[in-house]
Write a protein that binds this ligand. Sequence first.
Ligand code: SF4
Ligand code: SF4
Length: 109
Amino acid sequence: MIELLLTDRCTSCGTCASVCPANVFDEPPDVPPVIARQADCQTCFLCELHCEADALYVGPDWEKPAPVSPETVRGLLGEFRRHAGWHEWEGAFPNEHWRMDEVFRRARE
Ligand code: SF4
Ligand code: SF4
């Protein structure tokens, strides 16, 4: 589930709101998007994959929020994009959707 949008990194490009299939974000003009409907998040990771500023963090629990602080996720920002071999990381990393492990495991149960 989407947990954080770090406004200090965000460039207000609006891409996360555009790619989100669940309309989770509101887009006030000229400022970063706002996570307005967290409970609607499908934990698809699309927003995190597309955020070139590495300003988003999506956690693996799709059933309920699992709050994190900016400090605890600093080292994880952009890691999903890198390990997915996404965009500028194409060819640099194999496509390892490691953070989806828990999602797939629990979906099978
Ligand atoms: S994609 Fe990233 S940089 Fe762009 S508006 Fe969303 S959080 Fe901000
Ligand atoms: S993880 Fe998917 S559903 Fe959730 S906010 Fe991001 S794009 Fe939207």
